[in-house]
Unconditional design. Structure first.
Length: 856
């Protein structure tokens, strides 16, 4: 029974009990008041007893009913208390959660909500009560703009709402068994804020990383928006533009900045390489590139190419200088490629044939003015293109139509693989020498005729014979004078080539320093093969010039032997170590038999002879074997170089010591020879007074030897110093170098080269300039490098002595010069200065520096 039914039954029983009590009271009152009937009291008593029994029964029933009602009431009360407790616990439970809770019936009416739900809607100004329609509330919230943004969610995600006050809520809802809804609104504002903060922090970090990246670029970078506003820049751009960061942070339109900076900000026509060049007022040269993005933005990059630009200008200057020198050499020089087209001609050459300077470049020898002589030259050209060096005499007419006699030499130019790429042409006008020889022969013939005639008429024509004898004497004097003049002209030419070596080697030294530095910088780039080819070309030019100068000096007699006693092993050990480095590259098996014999000779000139023998052996061995050793023969020792090459024919043994004579070499040759090596060997041997021997058999190999006298004393007078050791580039890190050279190009090239090795270098063109830059007496320095010939008559030797005299300890000093004279060698022989001749090889410079540093 329900509580309501129990209450109704209790009320009914109480009403019946009250009614029965009233009846009982009425009956008792009637009995007490009535007395007419004597039987009436008994009847009334009997009736009252009966009524009392009925009342008792009814009372008992009522009491039982009341007991049941009381029990039901207590049970109902307990149930109500349990229900209230459960309801309160449920309310406490939903109140304890942080989410907004609401329970809806199937019609969307609110049955139950927690305070968080009321608070959630209370902040919107909407009144929330139980029994209100939730769907109406949602419609009012959307129409009032309370919900700014809503994400409907999906199968794997719940709907998310952003309110107008900035709060974020996630809705979780579920159907009840009665068709209603249970909804939880979770406040995810903190999560969203944290998420937004993390995203913004990540974007800030990425922005800082990107900004740091572009700030560390060596290029100036700026990004201009599609509306021509500056958005992004780096520190290098600020330095180049000299604009303040505050000016750039305001995102100005770049056309407003054109009057505030020298930098070109607008787009300009670009060259074929996709960039354009701007030179600033301070001399800085910039390479500017434009990169247009898909979104219309423009990225401009500014690269400082000042050094590269100056280097290119320096190369052009050196090229003009070399052109000036070759144009003033009293000999015709040209180079013809394998396609028979001129690639180079000096001024003397084009003047002789009457062509303007440069007009022959690219012209075929067949189509030039000398085509009338091509039929005579063709056999010689074909032999030169086959790799043969040759000299021949030929008669030609110059541009004035004069018949002249020319001595031409063709020297083939081979590449690293041994293929002939063209040939050098060296031409000397020998007309006067030829005419003198003809005149001499003619005079000799006439003299013989006259002597024969006068002999038959000796007695009768004695006076005429005396006159004729006088004429012969005069003719002989004239011929002697003519010969002396021809020899003097040849000696003058030779001395000119020897004297011009300093001016010729100075720019060549600078060019080689620049190319060595550039090669170190671009070693892993696409430009490295070009730089390597340039280096090889400069090396070939150096070898050509050095060889011609050596020949000239030997012919002029300026080379003198500086003989002394030294241990032969020191010289041979150096040579063996030097050529051992090339054995693996050229597949040569090198054997060396050492000797400790003391000899008397010039160690430098003797080394030149042996190096030439070794180079020839490596050139012709063709993956064979080479032996370096010596034999004692009486008072002399014979230094021998054996090879297993192709050998030399007996009829060619006398030819190999002539100038511009060179046999066919293997493809593993060291370089492009001119056929002057053995000619120099022969001349050096004459200076030393040593004998050269050659023994060769075709198909078996050759033996080249030089005989040197054994020293009378057992103690060496001047020990040789070996610098043949491995060079570690890191040995020069942070070493301080002072360089004094009057050639700015050499200073710049040496600075770039040594800086690439890690050195800290200070350059100056004079002692006074060096004093302006450093304290020469106390500043720390590791090596001093000086050029011998400085400006205004200043000598590098005097500079070195001045610096070392005022310092507590003398500096390790390197004298770099293009002066090859023996007098200079004698001048510094007893000093601690190390002499290096220009052009300086980087590897030789490294070994010399490391030798001085280790010695110090």
């Amino acid at each position: 029974m329900s509580e309501q039914e129990l209450l109704q039954e209790i009320a009914q029983l109480r009403a019946e009990n009250t009614k029965l009590r009233k009846i009982n009271d009425a009956l008792i009152s009637r009995v007490e008041q009535g007395g007419g009937n004597q039987y009436a009291p008994y009847a009334a008593f009997e009736h009252s007893v009966h009524l009392a029994e009925q009342v008792r029964e009814k009372t008992q029933i009522l009491n039982e009913t009341l007991a049941e009602v009381e029990y039901s009431h207590r049970a109902l009360k307990q149930a109500n208390e349990d229900a209230n407790i459960f309801k309160q616990r449920f309310i406490d439970a939903i109140e304890s959660i942080s989410e907004a809770f609401v329970l809806l019936d199937s019609d969307g009416l609110i049955l139950l909500q927690n305070s968080n739900f009321a608070t959630f809607w209370g902040k919107t100004g909407l009144s929330i009560q139980e029994g209100a329609n939730f769907n109406d509330l949602k419609d009012r919230a959307k129409s009032s703009g309370m919900i700014r943004r809503a994400s409907p969610g999906g199968e794997q995600s719940s709907p998310v709402y952003q309110l107008a006050d900035g709060r974020w809520f996630q809705l979780n809802e579920r159907r009840t068994s009665e068709g209603g809804w249970v909804m939880l609104y979770t406040d995810i504002t903190d999560i969203k804020v944290a998420e937004t903060a993390r995203y913004e922090q990540g974007m800030i970090q990425k922005s800082m990383l990107l900004q740091g990246l572009i700030d560390n670029l060596s290029q100036g970078v700026v990004m201009i928006s599609s509306s021509n506003q500056i958005e992004v820049w780096n520190n290098r751009f600020v330095q180049m533009s000299q604009l303040s960061p505050n000016q750039l942070r305001s995102m100005p339109y770049f056309q407003h900045l054109t009057n505030l900076t020298e930098l070109e900000l607008s787009e300009r026509p670009r060259n074929k390489d996709g960039y354009y060049v701007q030179t600033l007022s301070n001399g800085t040269v910039l390479e500017i590139r434009d990169h247009r993005l898909i979104n219309g933005k423009l990225i401009k990059t500014y690269t400082d190419i000042t050094v590269r630009h100056r280097y290119a200008e320096s190369l052009e200057k050196n090229e003009r200088w070399l052109r000036l020198i070759t144009d003033n050499v009293p000999a015709m020089i040209a180079y013809i490629g394998s396609d028979l087209k001129f690639q180079f001609t000096n001024q003397v050459y084009v003047d002789w044939y009457g062509w303007p300077q440069g007009s022959l470049d690219g012209e075929s020898i067949k189509d030039s003015r000398v085509d009338s002589d091509y039929s005579q030259l063709r056999p010689y050209i074909e032999r030169a293109l086959k790799g043969e060096s040759l000299s021949f005499e030929i008669a030609e007419n110059n541009h004035a139509g004069e018949a002249r006699y020319l001595l031409k030499s063709y020297v083939p130019n081979r590449n690293g693989e041994g293929h002939v790429q063209g040939f050098f042409v060296l031409v000397r006008d020998i007309t006067e020498r030829k005419r003198n020889a003809v005149a001499l022969q003619k005079a000799h013939d006439q003299l013989e005729i006259r002597v024969a005639e006068r002999t038959s008429q000796l007695k009768n024509l004695n006076d005429e014979l005396l006159i004729e004898a006088e004429e012969r004497r005069i003719a002989q004097v004239n011929l002697t004078n003519a010969k002396r003049e021809a020899e003097f002209a040849n000696i003058s030419k030779t001395k000119f080539l020897a004297a011009v070596s300093h001016d010729l080697l100075q720019p060549l030294n600078a060019a080689q320093l620049f190319t060595s530095s550039l090669a170190d910088t671009l070693i892993n780039t696409e430009s490295f093969p070009v730089v390597n080819s340039l280096t090889n070309s400069l090396d070939d030019l150096e070898n050509l010039i050095s060889t011609l100068i050596d020949i000239s000096k030997l012919d002029a007699g300026v080379v003198k032997a500086d003989k002394g006693t030294f241990k032969l092993s020191e010289l041979l050990d150096n040579l063996a170590n030097e050529y051992q480095q090339a054995t693996s590259q050229y597949n040569i098996e090198l054997r060396y038999v050492p000797s400790h014999i003391m000899v008397y000779s010039d160690s430098v000139l003797l080394a030149r002879i042996l190096r030439n023998f070794m180079s020839n052996a490596f050139r012709y061995a063709a993956k064979g074997k080479v032996l370096l050793g010596c034999r004692r023969r009486g008072e002399h020792v014979t230094l021998e170089v054996w090879d297993t090459g192709s050998g030399i024919a007996q009829n060619q043994l006398s030819e190999i010591f002539k100038e511009f004579k060179r046999l066919k070499s293997s493809q593993s040759a060291f370089g492009n020879g001119l056929g002057l090596g053995l000619a120099i060997v022969d001349k050096i041997a004459s200076v030393l007074g040593h004998k050269i021997n050659v023994h060769s058999e075709l198909g078996k190999g050759s033996v080249f030897s030089v005989s040197v006298p054994i020293a009378a004393t057992l103690e060496p007078l001047k020990p040789l110093t070996s610098t043949q050791f491995a060079v570690n580039p890191t040995d020069f890190s942070n070493y301080r170098i002072w360089l004094v050279d009057n050639d700015i190009s050499v200073c710049e090239g040496m600075s770039r080269l040594l800086a690439g090795w890690g050195c800290k270098i200070i350059t100056a063109v004079s002692l006074n300039e060096l004093k302006d830059k450093v304290d020469i007496a106390y500043d720390k320095v590791d090596i001093l490098m000086v050029d011998y010939h400085l400006n205004d008559g200043e000598l590098g030797l005097d500079v070195a002595q001045h610096i070392n005299q005022i310092r507590r300890t003398a500096l390790p000093t390197i004298m770099i010069t293009a002066n090859y004279s023996q007098s200079l060698k004698n001048e510094i022989k007893n000093s601690k200065i190390l002499l290096l001749n220009k052009p300086v090889k980087p590897m030789k410079l490294k070994t010399s520096m490391l030798y001085l540093l280790r010695k110090a």
